[in-house]
Design a protein around this ligand. Structure first.
Ligand code: NAD
Length: 254
């Protein structure tokens, strides 16, 4: 895959899982990598790993629910690293696990604030810069839950449907500025989040069972999602826009 030498990429939720793996994959390809995360320790650890690869990095603690913090992080990214060429809106949570009629409103609001408004705030800041600086690429992290059901996760499912809708809308709106906006839609991927979604009282699924129902007989590794994100950010995908790319080992067409 092409080099990202001297390109600047900004990743939300870079302190863990898919966000960290994506940050390190970009760093391996020569990019300067800015991450933000609510988790200070996780973010600092990713920054340490980026710098250990010989790449330039930047981390700041941000809660993506607060637009001013997201705007400030993107401003700092541009001034510290010298621009913004790609962005990955990845920060997300799964929320409470409960049937629809019992789902707690507080958790519903929290999931929507992080997974939907957080992605929108990210895109707002990124698009405003990119449209005046020759374009760029954005990848939002949706999920197979963006077009399938996941029982007991109504807020998460609603939020990921919304991410796909926002991706399509922004991709169409900003193509004329040389900006491509795509999404990836992973199925279960080995990260701290997946342990949380499968590990609750009365759970009938676990990682082994999820692997068994998948045609590929395993769940995804975070680097496999990262590889697809890099592809969508590269010139090699230059005519792919407003597209939700499914990465699920074949699960959704069984
Ligand atoms: N793991 C999976 O099976 C899977 C499948 C499909 C989609 N996804 C999506 O991938 C993305 C990354 O998930 P992951 O599995 O790597 O999970 P993770 O829990 O390992 O990482 C998520 C990161 O987001 C950060 N974060 C959460 N709330 C935040 C906030 N308000 N502000 C800033 N940062 C915040 C967390 O601190 C964490 O570092 C999420 O959007 C998730 O919905 C995950």
């Amino acid at each position: 895959m092409q080099s990202f030498q001297d390109k600047v990429v900004a990743i939300t939720g870079g302190g863990s899982g898919i966000g960290r793996e994506t940050a390190l994959a970009f760093a391996c390809k020569g990019a300067k990598v800015s991450i933000c995360d609510l988790n200070e320790g996780g973010g600092q650890e990713t920054l340490r790993q980026i710098e250990a690869l010989g790449a330039k990095g930047y981390f700041t603690r941000v809660d993506v629910r607060h637009e001013a913090e997201v705007q400030d992080w993107i401003r700092q990214t541009i001034s510290q690293l010298g621009g913004l060429h790609s962005a990955v809106n990845n920060a997300g949570i799964d929320g409470a696990v409960a049937f629809t009629d019992e789902y707690p409103e507080e958790s519903f609001d929290q999931v929507m604030d992080i997974n939907v408004k957080g992605v929108w705030y990210g895109m707002k800041a990124q698009l405003a810069h990119m449209k005046n600086h020759g374009g760029g690429t954005i990848v939002n992290i949706a999920s197979v839950a963006g077009f399938m059901s996941l029982p007991r996760l109504i807020a998460y499912v609603a939020s990921k449907h919304a991410v796909i809708g926002m991706t399509r809308t922004a991709g169409v709106e900003y193509a004329r500025f040389g900006i491509r906006v795509n999404a990836v839609c992973p199925s279960f991927t080995e990260t701290p989040m997946v342990s949380h979604s499968l590990d609750y009282p009365g759970a009938v699924l676990n990682v082994e069972k999820m692997a068994q129902i998948n045609p590929s007989k395993r769940i995804a590794q975070a680097y496999e999602i990262a590889n697809a994100i890099l592809y969508l950010c590269s010139d090699e995908s230059s005519y792919i826009n407003a597209h939700p790319l499914v990465i699920d080992g074949g699960l959704s067409v069984v």
